[in-house]
Design a protein. Structure first.
Length: 752
């Protein structure tokens, strides 16, 4: 270029051509700009026009030279802030060029160029904080693992060792018959290791340790989830129903064989027309006085037992839930042991079993339907801990109330609603480990002139995964709390524990569903490959949201439990009483609703754990009181209570969710308070803050409507969530590694 002043146009040429297509509008805009500048000779004008000729684009070498000239100029003069300054430096005249700064700004606007952003893109990689963020080791990973495993560390380590053996290599056959047999063989190995009978009394070969049993279920969930469910059906549902609902004669006859897998069995509760509504089951167990037997019968097709694990292939017996009929009187649902097959696997007379076939997931579990055609069983096959028929043929029960007896019976089975959310939690941990490890390695895009950047460095990617990581840690400690309460339960608090278990089952399984979907999307096409296991985790846990109780139905149960404390006051509680209830356990709520608090946005306040818990409590109490007030108003207006509850069902879900979020946050905070290691406490505190603020952000519409926060505060919370994700990013890989999932179980090539 003869005239060095013309070098001022180099940035414009490069920016236009580097987009691959110079539009007619851009050509016209730039040509008119050149014509408008005085002092450019006709010869120079023709030269400039030749560089923006759509029919004659620059060569690759020329384009590369322009880019190199620009990069070199910026490197030699880092103070350059905009294209005007860059143009001056390129022309070697600084300010002595044809164009003024205001002219350049107008041209940038006409061409749709952001000058400052262009300059930043040319800065070196070292100047980019996005590119420079990387994984670090700021704490002892094993110390977090020890905290997570708690008192069950020893049994967890044993299970991880077992499922890491070569014989536990994943089954890759698409033949479900092959898959089912592999899973059955795995269960036999676990039974030989005395893991299946862990919860049974020692005198029947068991370990008499329910806490360890729950830990076994959760740890097995790092492996194949069909194994977990098959294991849970056999040793949990089938075995524990005998232990919880039966008496000594049943223990002596069955428990040892169940625990060793000599006697595979089923848990036959669900019917085609009755899933969650156990009271409505239609299978009958009619007592026969003449020979002291029961006749188990399926009255019609829709009363068949459906989706029964272990039924299609392996089950030899089942705990069958049926209506007890004595002398024509219906005594409600009770439990009975009914033989299905002989020891050789032949289906017995009167039993019809059909295979449910291929499912969305869990195809290593042999689900089936069972129908009974007047099947006769002996009297002693009634599981009679809570109800029995005496020698005179009379119904007896230590619990006189039919309602209370029914719920007491179901209450003994609440363990399933602890095992399933813990299994779901493990699946979420696996998904997050795969996605976060991959995101730390996968590089894409980057600053101009620099290397590509790990996708975990991008704020949006962090905001997709890290709040879920925080939530997973929070749910872990909440489920530990639930487990401890269940193990140390008293009769007086059983109703509350059952509601909490129902709620945490819903909260954890819904969380896992959402986490695995986000993990799948966050790792792109790699997440769609079966070899990376997200598909199996997603498909296998999909059913978790509806078995052991449909989540939405369970959340209604939770809400009704929370409303029960209002019931005695429904008839007399006025508005003042409800308002007082709202603030009873949120003493700072009134103060926090003053204008200063609702607009407070300083970092110290936003990260304060007391602000977090009080915000959660306020929401919980206010939503609960609002639902109670609405039900009372509907009932007072003449509506039947059943109809009133139906009208407010959507609010009931909010009641349950607000309660559960408060419990989860509270238990996470309590767990952190007990930690002494400073670095561990620091990173877990950040996770706790992220969980709390992410939930507040999710519910910001409610807080704004309630007047608890103003827009300036919810915006500040959104910004703080973003910042916490950035702050946690360097520790994200270490935090998932702390789950200590065996590499053979992760088995995802992208997570190495």
């Amino acid at each position: 270029m003869k005239n060095t002043k013309l070098q001022a146009f180099t940035p414009l040429f490069y920016l236009l051509w580097s987009d691959d297509l110079l539009t007619q509008k851009e050509f016209t805009t730039l040509k008119e700009f050149i014509i408008s500048k005085t002092g450019i000779s006709p010869e120079d004008q023709e030269y400039l026009f030749s560089k923006i000729d759509i029919s004659n684009p620059p060569s690759r070498n020329e384009l590369a030279q322009w880019k190199a000239d620009i990069a070199k100029t910026i490197q030699n003069k880092p103070s350059i802030k905009n294209i005007f300054e860059l143009a001056g430096s390129l022309s070697e005249k600084d300010s002595d060029i044809y164009v003024s700064e205001s002219d350049f700004l107008k041209l940038e606007n006409d061409l749709g160029i952001l000058g400052e952003e262009v300059i930043e893109n040319f800065k070196s990689k070292a100047d980019s904080f996005t590119a420079s963020s990387q994984t670090t080791n700021n704490f002892d990973i094993q110390k977090i693992t020890k905290i997570l495993d708690g008192e069950q560390a020893e049994i967890i380590k044993k299970v991880k060792t077992v499922i890491s053996r070569p014989e536990f290599a994943y089954e890759t056959s698409t033949d479900i018959a092959v898959y089912r047999e592999t899973v059955y063989d795995w269960c036999k190995i676990l039974a030989k290791e005395n893991l299946g009978n862990m919860a049974y009394p020692k005198r029947y070969g068991g370990g008499e340790n329910i806490a360890d049993y729950f830990a076994i279920m959760e740890t097995l969930s790092y492996h194949d989830l069909s194994l977990v469910i098959k294991f849970g059906v056999q040793f949990g549902l089938w075995g524990m129903s005998v232990q919880s609902l039966g008496t000594e004669k049943h223990y002596a006859k069955y428990l040892y064989d169940i625990g060793t897998l000599k006697l595979p069995g089923c848990f036959a509760m669900t019917e085609t027309h009755h899933g969650s509504n156990v009271k409505g089951l239609e299978t009958t167990a009619t007592y026969n006085h003449n020979d002291q037997t029961f006749t188990i019968h399926t009255p019609h097709e829709k009363a068949q037992k459906e989706y029964i694990g272990n039924a299609a292939v392996h089950g030899q017996m089942a705990t069958v839930f049926a209506k007890l009929i004595v002398d024509g009187h219906d005594y409600g649902v009770n439990a009975f042991i009914v033989p299905l097959r002989d020891a050789e696997g032949n289906t017995l007379s009167g039993i019809t079993i059909c295979d449910c076939g291929h499912k969305m997931g869990l195809n290593g579990v042999d689900n089936g339907t069972i129908s009974f055609d007047k099947v006769i069983i002996p009297k002693e096959n009634m599981l009679d801990r809570f109800a029995s028929v005496n020698d005179k043929g009379e119904f007896e029960s230590p619990i006189p109330s039919d309602n209370r007896r029914f719920f007491t019976m179901l209450g003994t089975l609440v363990g399933g609603r602890i095992g399933i959310p813990r299994s779901a939690l493990a699946a979420a941990k696996s998904g997050l480990t795969i996605a976060i490890r991959y995101s730390d390695q996968r590089r894409q895009f980057g600053p101009e002139g620099g290397s590509e950047v790990p996708i975990l460095n991008y704020r949006m990617h962090q905001c997709r995964l890290l709040p879920y990581l925080a939530k997973t840690y929070a749910v872990h400690f909440a489920l530990q709390y639930l487990t401890k309460r269940f193990l140390n339960k008293t009769e007086a608090e059983m109703q509350e524990i059952e509601a909490l278990a129902a709620g945490m089952k819903s909260y954890s399984t819904w969380s896992t569903r959402d986490i695995l979907q986000e993990c799948r999307e966050a790792i792109g096409g790699k997440g769609y490959l079966s070899e990376n296991r997200i598909d199996a985790l997603k498909n296998d846990t999909e059913i978790y949201t509806t078995f052991e109780g449909d989540n939405t139905v369970l959340m209604q149960l939770v809400a009704k439990n929370r409303l029960s404390e209002f019931r005695k006051s429904f008839g007399e509680m006025g508005s003042l009483g409800i308002i007082n209830y709202v603030y009873e356990n949120a003493k700072t709520a009134i103060a926090e609703k003053n204008p200063i608090a609702t607009r407070r946005t300083d970092e110290e306040h936003l990260l304060d754990d007391q602000f977090h818990i009080q915000a959660f409590i306020h929401r919980e109490k206010t939503i609960l009181a609002s639902a109670a007030r609405r039900i009372k108003k509907l009932v007072d207006s003449g509506l039947e209570p059943y109809d009133a509850f139906n009208v407010v069902q959507h609010q009931m879900i909010d009641v349950a969710e607000a309660y559960l979020e408060r419990v989860v946050l509270e238990q996470f905070q309590f767990a952190i308070q007990a930690i002494e290691d400073v670095k561990i406490k620091e990173i877990l505190t950040k996770l706790n803050q992220l969980y709390a603020l992410a939930q507040i952000e999710k519910n910001k519409a409610w807080y704004l409507e309630d007047g608890y926060m103003e827009a300036v505060k919810t915006k500040a919370i959104r910004k703080m969530v973003n910042q916490l994700c950035w702050d946690i990013r360097p520790d994200a890989v270490a935090l998932v590694n702390a789950f200590d999932i065996p590499e053979s179980c992760l088995a995802a090539p992208i997570a190495v």
